[in-house]
Design a protein around this ligand. Structure first.
Ligand code: NAP
Length: 279
């Protein structure tokens, strides 16, 4: 039997055609560079107002990227594609997602800040279109693991508090990741408390915010990028689970590639990367 040629092998790989909104941003450009080196995903169109009319490869100095950049998602979606990924901002992402569904694409939402109401509308639109929307608040695979480990720990360890650390420039608090963690833990059970908040002497705010029963403390200081920690306390012992992300967007690349490959196996909205991971 003769050796198969590279072109024959390439033909056997099903290539996913990707349209990427926010391709020139902090998160989107890291993803675009990774896609350039990924044989089963091809970037066919990009969205950025600043660089509309140029080739993404010229903008990012990555010659393996030949996708044209369009000023709007509606224009970019004129190009045939299979998956649309949004890495812009919430006010832009919602109409982008709706347009992509109307054009028959499956969608991955990387943009954070969409509300539950936005997601109700997105789910209805996805069902009507017979397509999937996979929304992932944090693509970092270690964060997905932290959430899963913490959910397991909460079944056995009744008391916990959450701490989120970010740079002094982060305007929102708590972080989306800390919110999601608190939400997940509160669906396991409410944490046990010692002194009730109303019985706190001194400054009640020092006990942090209440998110679904979990106390959440946000630290904003130079030197931090984004860290999320949950501490479980038991008499005489503690368990701490913590994820630290540095300043690059690299932590979010592998999870985004996983989401692009996985989206499209159901109809409607799924939230969280763990939905498509094998636990
Ligand atoms: N899910 C995750 O794991 C994860 C990880 C990192 C970031 N994020 C989220 O992803 C989003 C983007 O973050 P980032 O730090 O990459 O932001 P960024 O650096 O500001 O990039 C935003 C990108 O969106 C484009 N854009 C913004 N407004 C637009 C519009 N009206 N029309 C077309 N394009 C528009 C920008 O290009 P122009 O300005 O040229 O239009 C740019 O390419 C945020 O919501 C962030 O929280 C999520």
């Amino acid at each position: 039997m003769g050796t198969r040629r590279a072109t024959d092998i390439a033909r056997e790989i099903a290539v996913i055609r990707l349209c990427l909104a926010g391709a020139t941003g902090w998160a989107g450009s890291a993803l675009a560079r990774a896609v350039a080196a990924t044989p089963d995903i091809r970037l066919v169109a990009a969205v950025s107002r600043t660089h509309a009319g140029r080739s993404l490869g010229d903008v990012l100095a990555e010659p393996r990227l030949d996708a044209p950049v369009f000023g709007t998602a509606a224009e970019a979606l004129d190009r045939p594609a299979d998956v649309f990924l949004d890495y812009t901002k919430p006010t832009v992402a919602l109409p982008n997602v709706m347009t992509a569904l109307e054009r028959g694409l499956h969608v991955v939402v990387g943009t954070s800040g969409l509300t539950d109401d936005d997601y109700r509308r997105i789910h209805a639109a996805a069902v009507a279109a017979g397509r999937e929307v996979l929304a992932v608040g944090n693509f970092a695979i270690p964060v997905v693991l932290l959430q899963r480990f913490a959910e397991t720990a909460a079944r056995y360890l009744p008391s916990w508090e959450i701490i989120d650390y970010a740079s002094e420039r982060k305007v929102d608090a708590p972080s989306g990741t800390a919110r999601e963690l608190a939400h997940r833990l509160s669906s396991v059970r409410p944490p046990a408390t010692g002194v009730p908040l109303e019985a706190t002497m001194g400054e009640r705010a020092a006990r942090g915010a209440d998110l679904g029963g979990s106390r959440v403390h946000s630290i904003r200081l130079p030197g931090f990028s984004l860290s999320t920690e949950v501490v479980f306390g038991m008499p005489g012992q503690r368990l701490a689970l913590r994820h630290d992300a540095g300043p690059s967007a690299e932590p979010y690349v592998d999870g985004a590639l996983l989401a692009i490959r996985a989206v499209g196996s159901v109809v409607g909205l799924r939230r969280g990367l763990d939905q498509v991971m094998d636990f």
